[in-house]
Design a protein around this ligand. Structure first.
Ligand SMILES: [Zn+2]
Length: 291
């Protein structure tokens, strides 16, 4: 059950981010949150590197795999707004997601330029009508675990019958393509990456009110970035190193005071994971970060 383990990891990671974001964005009227899970690997006492390596589950990389392969060149973003029998998107709400996505895209474009990479995105479904889709689901959003399984099946159906990644990729002469599935609820956003198993049509599951940094974080996952914060799957000393060396790393935190503003950085670790650089000096001391 590699996939559900992976999904669970993303759910946990994205959940923590959501909690932090929501705290800043909705200090008074924040939604009720679910209990956060504890990291499974955290050693209680100091163990050797070898022992820790054995205990740490393998972090599967989606770098250079799937329809969102490497973050270079042109990327097409499909938007699918999913209603439930209880909650529906209004056009106004749908349009409100665009400036948030635009901000994440500007951020990634600027960061790419700094790294000497050219990237561009086609995403505005008001201009490109074939990038806009709607769907209805008939399962509750609040059944943890089951929700992911149900959604996974629905996503596979959408990708097979509703949207053609191949056709859109060819039409836009793009290098990458991904889909954002929007839900009109407040919950944990997460990314469904392709690491060589299951379907290569990669998706991001975004809930209402996710900030721009969360969009950037989840999109980076599809191109190979790993979670670098607690619950991300790495041993404690890895987390401590990132916290100390790159406290503003976007895969460590997406906490922002502004919905649209991203003050986070893409550290050499994430730049290496997404292929923006070929080497990472830290690998000698932190070999689990190998791409
Ligand atoms: Zn994450």
């Amino acid at each position: 059950m590699k996939k559900s383990v992976r999904l669970q990891r993303f759910m946990i990671c994205a959940g923590a981010f959501f909690l932090i974001c929501a705290f800043f964005l909705f200090p008074v009227t924040g939604p009720a949150f679910r209990e956060s899970r504890k990291p499974s690997f955290a050693p209680e006492d100091k163990k050797s590197e070898e022992e820790q390596k054995e205990e740490t589950p393998e972090i599967l990389s989606s770098y250079d795999l799937g329809y969102a392969g490497t973050l270079e060149g042109k990327t097409v973003i499909i938007s699918l707004f999913a209603d439930s029998q209880y909650l529906r998107w209004t056009r106004e709400e749908e349009e409100k997601t665009l400036p948030v996505l635009a901000s994440a895209i500007s951020y990634l474009t600027e960061e790419a330029q700094k790294a000497g990479k050219e990237v561009s995105f086609i995403y505005d479904w008001r201009e490109e009508e074939d990038l806009f889709y709607t769907a209805r689901v008939f399962f509750p959003f609040d059944e943890e675990g089951k929700f992911i399984d149900y959604l996974d099946l629905r996503t596979q159906s959408w990708v097979k019958h509703k949207v053609s990644y191949d056709d859109l990729l060819a039409e836009y002469e793009a290098d990458n393509i991904l889909m954002i599935i929007y839900f009109p609820d407040e919950d944990r956003s997460y990314a469904v990456c392709y690491d060589g198993e299951d379907i290569p049509e990669e998706t991001m599951i975004m809930f209402k009110n996710a900030n721009a940094a969360t969009y950037a974080h989840e999109m980076l996952h599809l191109f190979g970035a790993h979670d670098l914060y607690e619950d991300g799957g790495y041993p404690e000393e890895y987390l401590q190193y990132v916290k100390k060396t790159y406290p503003k790393e976007v895969m460590l935190t997406v906490k922002e005071r502004d919905l649209l503003k991203i003050t986070k950085i893409i550290s050499p670790i994430t730049a290496y994971h997404i292929g923006w650089r070929e080497d990472l000096p830290e690998l000698e001391e932190y070999p689990l970060w190998e791409r």
